[in-house]
Design a protein around this ligand. Structure first.
Ligand code: R5P
Length: 285
C-alpha cells in the first residue's frame, strides 16, 4: 500500500506508514506566479492501492486534494482511498434557508469522483457519510482524547450540547468518571445561548468534550457555567481544533487551564494523535 500525505496531514501520513509498514509516496509541489497549485507524484504507483490523506480545510486544501486524486488516477493506481481527518463544510449539512447549498453534499460528491473509498474522523453528523457516492466510513477520536484525559485526574466530563452527549458518555466510560450535558441554542455563527442548569461540579476537575472548536464561543460559555457551579479546574478538548479568530484568547480568559485537540487539524494544541483510530481500517492489507 502507498500513502500520500497532503500538506495538511504529513504527520498523520508518516504515522500511518510506520504503523502499517506502507511506503510514503514522494510528491513535489509549487505555486505558479498567479498562485495556482502545481503538484506531481514522483514515485511509480501504477496498479497500486494508494491512500491519500488530506484535511479539507481551509478551502485551498480542497483543491490540493482534488489535484492529488486526479494525479493518482492518471498515474494508473488500482484503488484510491481518501482519508479526510477533518471534513470541512460538514456543518452546512442541510438547507437551513431557501437558496442555500447543501455544502457537505457538494464537497462529498466531488471527492467521490476520483476515489473508491473514503474514511473520515468524527464527521459533524454521521449521515454526512451518505452524501458520498462511494463507500464512506468514519472513526472517532474520543478513545484517544479520553486516554489523554485519563492522565489528568478528571472527575467529570461535560458535553456542551446534546449533540456531544454520546461523546461525553463514551469518554466517561474510558476515564471512569461522571458525565453531564448542557443545552445549547445557536443564535448565529458567533452567538450561542446556554440554558441555565445546575451541574454537580463543585470542587471538581472537569473536561469539556466536543467535535469542533471554532470561535470558542460554545466552550467559553460552558466554562463560565461550570465556574458558576463551583468547578475547580476546567480543561477543554475537541477532535477538530479550528480555533478561528481569537478563540484561544476567549478560552483562556474564560478560565480553561488546558486546551486539547487532535492532529486532524495540525496546530500548537494538537496533543492527541488520530492515527491509532485510522490504522485498523487497513489492517487486512
Ligand atoms: C456544533 O454543533 C459543534 O458541535 C460545536 O459545538 C461548534 O461547532 C463549536 O463552535 P464554536 O466554537 O464557534 O462555538
Amino acid at each position: 500500500m502507498y500513502i500520500i500525505g497532503g500538506t495538511t496531514s504529513e504527520k498523520i501520513a508518516k504515522d500511518l506508514c510506520k504503523d502499517l509498514e506502507a511506503s510514503l509516496v514522494k510528491t513535489t509541489s509549487k505555486r505558479f506566479p498567479d498562485d495556482e497549485l502545481y503538484i506531481r507524484i514522483l514515485d511509480d504507483i501504477s496498479k497500486k492501492h494508494v491512500v491519500i490523506i488530506q484535511t479539507t480545510y481551509p478551502d485551498q486544501k480542497i483543491i490540493e486534494l482534488f489535484l492529488l486524486q486526479d494525479a493518482v488516477k492518471e498515474a494508473g493506481a488500482k484503488k484510491i482511498t481518501v482519508v479526510i481527518p477533518y471534513l470541512g463544510y460538514a456543518r452546512q449539512d442541510k438547507k437551513f434557508k431557501d437558496g442555500e447549498p447543501v455544502s457537505a453534499k457538494a464537497i462529498a460528491k466531488l471527492i467521490s469522483l476520483n476515489a473508491d473509498k473514503v474514511i473520515t474522523v468524527d464527521p459533524h453528523k454521521e449521515y454526512i457519510l451518505d452524501f458520498f457516492t462511494i463507500p464512506a466510513f468514519s472513526c472517532s477520536a474520543v478513545p484517544e482524547i479520553a486516554k489523554y484525559l485519563k492522565r489528568k485526574k478528571i472527575d467529570m466530563i461535560l458535553a456542551p450540547d446534546k449533540g456531544a452527549l454520546d461523546r461525553a458518555k463514551k469518554a466517561s466510560t474510558i476515564i471512569k468518571c461522571d458525565f453531564d450535558y448542557m443545552e445549547k441554542t445557536r443564535i448565529d455563527g458567533e452567538t450561542i445561548e446556554i440554558k441555565p442548569k445546575k451541574l454537580d461540579a463543585e470542587n471538581k476537575n472537569v473536561a469539556i468534550i466536543d467535535d469542533i472548536i471554532s470561535t470558542g464561543g460554545t466552550m467559553a460559555k460552558s466554562i463560565q457555567h461550570l465556574k458558576k457551579n463551583g468547578a475547580k479546574k476546567v480543561i477543554v478538548s475537541c477532535t477538530h481544533g479550528l480555533f478561528a479568530g481569537d478563540a484561544i484568547k476567549k478560552l483562556k480568559s474564560a478560565g480553561a487551564i488546558e486546551i486539547i485537540s487532535t492532529d486532524t487539524i495540525q496546530g500548537p494544541y494538537s496533543k492527541v494523535k488520530i492515527s491509532p483510530q485510522i490504522t485498523p481500517f487497513f489492517n487486512n492489507y
